[in-house]
Design a protein around this ligand. Structure first.
Ligand code: 5CA
Ligand code: ZN
Length: 411
């Protein structure tokens, strides 16, 4: 499907350092080691409600991954899915009486507009689960053939013992896995499974649910195999970063990796599994199912500058769970105003050291809070005319670095 319009990324002098990121599987910050083209898959939305600040924060984190890689001289191949058929979407449509197709199209379009307004660089391949059904069924058929999938009534399941290293991605013990599986869309109680943690690859036709006639029989894909196949067929195995919010570490990313590893007999699925923290509101995770949402589109409609939303979300480390408050937005608006005033000056203190510092901080597991404070200091001295040495190229350089590396347009 179509992505959204891209924004230009200014070229900066020289190039940035290698990006290190925290990897959930190895539980350490490690350097990424992309080839000429860095390969990234980030799990996309399930389009049954509008983009909230939690989604935005997660996509912004991976937008910075792309920007830091580009600055280090890599091309980036970025793939994202849209879970445009799945239980929560069908449940919401059944509840409101809207068609699930119409709901998915509307919310996906709103997401595109929100991402474009936030200047998130679009994926190169933006792929819906529905459009990927032929490739997904082909993969499941191959797994059945190889014995890494089994039929249960009209459904097809993945046996976790087909993945010898199952659990290596999330590092959870079995009890935690069982609890999270029940909480996050799994079916540990389903009778007849070989192991309660086995996950559904293909869900046979149910009355009043959409289905597709395929060589596997009528039905629809399971959630994890959707991401395994969409990623694998576009990026291959061992791609650089698999990303999403921390609520995807288990079962979603564990099962997606296990499916792909079983399918190909190769490993790992991804070199880094990278997870953004959860944005909360009033002490709870912001989520469509809880309904405690601050929507990007609502803020935009109220006249909030998307660049202030962007700065408000970057003023916290991407891996930390953090609480949204109106105060964060007001602080970001004030910061944006100061930065804009500083880059509008005809001359300002030299910014070469600032460029090096921002590059270093971002390359160290996306340390945006420190990078933002460094830019604050430069802006403060630029605006304080008492400070002596000025350089007439500095305001332009800072506008470019803030644009290229943080995606914030100051002009
Ligand atoms: N379609 C699947 C992934 S294949 C899905 O999880 N969709 S979603 O719409 O529920 O979430 C989209 C992304 O936003 C996921 O990476 C999820 O981890 C992230 N996300 C959801 N809620 C929050 C939150 N409160 N804070 C940060 N990230 C969040
Ligand atoms: Zn996914």
């Amino acid at each position: 499907m179509d992505g959204w319009p891209t924004t230009d990324v200014p070229e900066l002098p020289g190039s940035g350092p290698r990006l290190s990121l925290y990897d959930t599987a190895q539980q350490a910050v490690r350097p990424t080691e992309p080839g000429d083209t860095a390969r990234m898959y980030v799990c996309g939305i399930t389009p049954y409600d509008a983009t909230h600040l939690g989604h935005a924060a997660t996509y912004l984190a991976f937008d910075l991954v792309q920007r830091v890689w580009r600055d280090a001289g890599h091309r980036v191949h970025y793939v994202q899915n849209v879970t445009d058929v799945d239980d929560p979407l069908l449940e919401r449509a059944a509840h409101t009486g809207e068609s699930w197709v119409g709901l998915a199209e509307r919310e996906t379009q709103l997401f595109r507009e929100d991402m474009a307004a936030l200047r998130v660089l679009p994926p190169d391949d933006y792929v819906g689960a529905v459009e990927a059904i032929p490739e997904i069924t082909e993969a499941i058929a191959a797994m059945l053939e190889a014995g890494t999938a089994y039929r249960l009534d009209e459904d097809v399941y993945f046996p976790v013992d087909a993945a010898p290293g199952f659990g290596h991605e999330s590092n959870y013990d079995r009890d935690t896995m069982l609890a999270l599986f029940a909480e996050r869309g799994g079916d540990p109680q389903r009778a007849g499974k070989r192991d309660p943690l086995d996950s559904v690859l293909w869900r046979g036709r149910r009355p009043s649910e959409p289905y597709w006639d395929t060589p596997l029989g009528p039905g629809r894909p399971g959630w994890h195999i959707e991401c395994s196949v969409i990623a694998l067929n576009r990026l291959g195995m061992r791609f650089d970063v698999q990303g999403g919010g921390s609520d995807l570490a288990f079962p979603h990313h564990e099962h997606s990796a296990a499916h792909a590893e079983a399918l190909t007999g190769d490993e790992p699925f991804a070199q880094h599994y990278v997870h953004a923290g959860m944005i909360g509101l009033d002490g709870e995770k912001m989520s469509k199912s809880r309904g405690n949402l601050v929507l990007v589109s609502k803020l935009r409609a109220a006249g909030v500058d998307p660049m202030a939303i962007r700065l408000a979300l970057l003023d916290g480390h991407y891996r930390d769970d953090r609480e949204w408050t109106g105060g964060r937005l007001r602080a970001a608006e004030a910061r944006l105003e100061r930065w804009r005033a500083a880059v509008a000056l005809p001359a300002a203190p030299p910014a070469d050291e600032l460029l090096t510092l921002v590059r270093d901080r971002l390359a160290d597991d996306l340390d945006t809070p420190t990078a933002l404070v460094a830019i604050d200091s430069w802006a403060a001295s630029a605006l304080d005319t008492a400070d002596g040495v000025t350089d007439d190229a500095a305001p332009g350089l800072v506008a470019d670095l803030v644009d290229a590396l943080l995606g914030v347009d100051l002009r």
